[in-house]
Write a protein that binds this ligand. Sequence first.
Ligand code: NAP
Length: 265
Amino acid sequence: MKNNKVSIIGCGNIGLSLVQGLLKENIIPPKNITVTRRNIQELAYLKEKGVRLTTDNVAAIKDSDLIVIAVKPYNIIEVLEEIRSHLKPERHLLISVTAGTTLNQIQEVIGISMPVFRAMPNISASVGKSVSCICHNNEGKKNVESVKSLFDNFGTTMTIDEELMQSATILGACGIAYVLRFIRAMIQGGIQIGFDAKTASAIVNQTVKGAAELLIERKEHPEFEIDKVTTPKGCTIVGLNEMEHNGFSSSLIKGIVASYEKIEK
Ligand SMILES: NC(=O)c1ccc[n+]([C@@H]2O[C@H](COP(=O)([O-])OP(=O)(O)OC[C@H]3O[C@@H](n4cnc5c(N)ncnc54)[C@H](OP(=O)(O)O)[C@@H]3O)[C@@H](O)[C@H]2O)c1
């Protein structure tokens, strides 16, 4: 992996999270990372870290093995049209993190048979804690390990069917926003019961991290762990039931389904 060259075409929010994840892991040297966007001056600080910057997408891919396309859906066709005649199936792996654009659509624009992947990471890639769901076309079968190795720099990686990519976008990529909003609400509650914002944040952040680690390590259902915290007639169950009477689980589920319905439109 350390000898691989990676280009991030369209280095905005998610592209930058990926670059930060790569710099943090330090497996791929910065000189092997090239990033592009039209307003490249916005990323000038990355140059000091050794990352190569350019506005020239073609030059970027010519000097790369792994090409990550991270532009918005309304920009991906023009970017693919720009680079397609420079793609080398024997060298390049093309990976799109753009939501909603299918493998078939990408394949149609590039017009050549080569390994094409879609990946859905989230912004915690910047601290190496993302979950990335990936899928690939037929030609990509033999390259799964290479793409997995790249995305393992950002956290954990799992291969899914392409038909679940929209769901992965909602649960994993949008999901981080739902969790952050939950954390914000807990902090607000913490301030109301006596903590300053900084202390409340420290307690809540670690509590959320602890809850997630508990489930990841023990592989138990959340309710199994909740049962250990809820003393009969105690304060936890009173609080939890009050939250449920106010639609806590229902509002989360409805929000996830609303996001899914929006992405499917
Ligand atoms: N944000 C997330 O959490 C997240 C997570 C997973 C997947 N995604 C998906 O990733 C895609 C990008 O999302 P984002 O939030 O990162 O958007 P973003 O912040 O707008 O980033 C897209 C970048 O593409 C650049 N760009 C546009 N046209 C270009 C071109 N022709 N050549 C080179 N660069 C170009 C833009 O910069 P210039 O205008 O300077 O060119 C911009 O910085 C979306 O499809 C999104 O669904 C996002």
